[in-house]
Ligand binder design. Structure first.
Ligand code: XMP
Length: 508
């Protein structure tokens, strides 16, 4: 088992996810309670074999920045510091951290010494930092660097302390898993094995918790809520009550797909709540992204309360929340709040339903794998994720029925063309954004001043990092021509070429 000390990085849980992939157990602690957690684990005969210090949003010299008990360093255990974790370790051991060389996104890492025994010594890693270690503490030497950061990977002469400025845990850091594996296996002495997701275990946990109570299940037709509802259905049969709220903010054809999945594949008594006009009313005049999310989340919960009242016998509300939803809504104590994801907004006390989130600890790729193991159709499992607040967060400014229609029409064109070009499955998500910016165009000899639509398409596996997709020019051209010609009041199409980090996938 390895101990992860969490300083609030958006990707802390991914470190655990990667280690789980290698068959390694993980415990989490805060910097302040790490020594106590280690003591407790030792007492239970479960001492960790090494420690990983996560990244975090703070700066080590900042007032109130998270720190850690010196006992962690004095424990003599192997330590790998990642980003903030490395900076904090350097500061405590007498090094110097400065706000220099900001790097956000992909960087080429060159190893001067092949300490991690990789098959390639020049590769891409993902960076997300404003500070870096400019003076190494005594006994450390750098063995890999980027264009700007000399001390991008370091090792202590004891060969037990390591520090990396980049994030090996994210999918877009090449050889990241290999580096974590090297640390876990060769330095900490962990035994590596293959981890298998076990739906039987999840189903039996649901059974134990729910008993013979009924579960209202919020479904959207997306992978997460379908897999969650499927697991719940397998555990409790007809006591599953799936409810689909038709907000009108989803992709064309979603309601029909939901009907098919829940009546044909899961054979449940699906309830469809028609609520399009209520959502439009709640969004009237709202332009602020957070306000939009809150308005949608509030109404969604309200509708559930109404449904719940019709089923006083229900004891639980099932949801397809996954880990990236949780972490981006401040799932970890020290993390920054990036966006309020409506599906983890919390339920008001008076609802008196317990929350049942069977896939809360899983990442998207794990949920897909689970769906496959459960026998859900590949087309359903591989469908692109679609955010709960739907097109509302892809329309900058006020959501009006007319703009919603424009967004849906542009979206249909993008999906058609991406599928035609065989690219749909190769991107994580692709969609239009009504940018709220206006530009001039000439249509049929007349000047029009109309909205700019942005196309966003990117690759990602774990949602925490992404790269914009390399779409052939001809496909971009076809999408652009079709949107400008077929969608009313659009003057221009632009392609968004920003990685995550720093940009989030959605514009709002
Ligand atoms: P961001 O924009 O945060 O998106 O990089 C990460 C992933 O989350 C989706 N997303 C949401 N999903 N409710 C959801 O169910 C939300 O409020 C929400 N906001 C973003 C987004 O589409 C992407 O897949």
């Amino acid at each position: 088992m390895l101990l992860i000390i969490d300083f609030g990085s958006q990707t802390t849980h991914l470190i655990g996810r990667r280690l789980r992939q290698l068959g390694i157990l993980v415990e989490y602690a805060d910097g302040e309670n790490a020594a106590a957690v280690m003591k407790k684990l030792k007492k239970a005969g479960n001492m960790p074999m090494g420690i990983i210090l996560s990244g975090g949003p703070a700066s080590v010299y900042e007032k109130g920045a998270p720190t850690m008990d010196r006992a962690v360093l004095a424990s003599g255990m192997p330590i790998l510091g990642i980003c903030y974790g490395w900076q904090l370790m350097a500061k405590i051991l007498g090094g110097k951290v400065e706000s220099a060389h900001h790097e956000y996104g992909p960087e080429l890492l060159t190893h001067q010494e092949n300490i991690f025994k990789l098959s390639k010594t020049k590769h891409t890693v993902f960076m997300s930092h404003g500070d870096s270690v400019t003076k190494l503490p005594l006994g450390f030497r750098a063995f890999a660097s980027t264009r700007q950061v000399k001390n991008a990977a370091v090792v202590h002469k004891n060969n037990r302390y390591f520090g990396v400025q980049f994030h090996p845990e994210v999918d877009h850091s090449e050889y990241g898993l290999e580096m974590l594996r090297y640390f876990a296996e060769k330095i900490c002495g962990e035994k590596i094995s293959e981890f298998q997701l076990d739906p039987k275990e999840i189903i039996s946990r649901i059974k134990d918790r729910v008993g013979d109570k009924k579960v209202l299940c919020a479904v959207s037709g997306g992978v997460d809520s379908t897999v969650a509802a499927f697991l719940i259905g397998k555990a409790i049969g007809k006591n599953l009550l799936p409810i689909y709220v038709d907000s009108g903010l989803m992709r064309e054809g979603t309601t029909e797909r939901v009907r098919h999945i829940f009546t044909k594949l899961i054979k449940a008594d699906l309830v469809v709540v028609e609520a399009k006009s209520r959502f439009m009313k709640a969004l009237k005049g709202v332009t602020d992204p957070e306000q939009k999310r809150k308005a949608i989340g509030k109404l969604y919960i309200e509708i559930f309360q109404e449904e719940a009242r019709k089923h006083p016998e229900a004891g639980f509300l099932g949801q397809g929340t996954i880990y990236s939803d949780v972490i981006e809504s401040k799932g970890s104590k020290k993390a920054s709040n990036i966006k309020s994801h409506h599906n983890v907004g919390g339920l008001p006390e008076e609802l008196q339903l317990q929350l049942l989130e069977p896939i809360r600890d899983l990442y998207k790729d794990e949920v897909r794998e689970l769906g496959r193991i459960l026998g859900l159709p590949e087309e359903m499992v591989m469908q692109q994720p679609f955010p709960g607040p739907g097109f509302a967060i892809r329309i900058r400014g006020e959501v009006t029925p007319e703009r919603l229609q424009q967004a849906k029409a542009a979206d249909t064109i993008i999906l058609e063309e991406m599928k035609r070009a065989g690219l749909y499955d190769r991107v994580f998500q692709c969609f239009p954004v009504l940018t709220g910016a206006y530009s001039t165009a000439v249509k049929g000899d007349a000047r029009v001043f109309a909205e700019v639509v942005a196309l966003r398409a990117y690759e990602s596996r774990d949602v925490m990092t992404s790269r914009w997709a390399d779409i052939p020019y001809e496909v971009l051209q076809t999408i652009s021509s079709r949107i400008v010609n077929e969608v009313p009041k659009v003057s221009r199409v632009v392609y968004d070429i920003t990685t995550k980090p720093p940009a989030t996938m959605e514009w709002e």
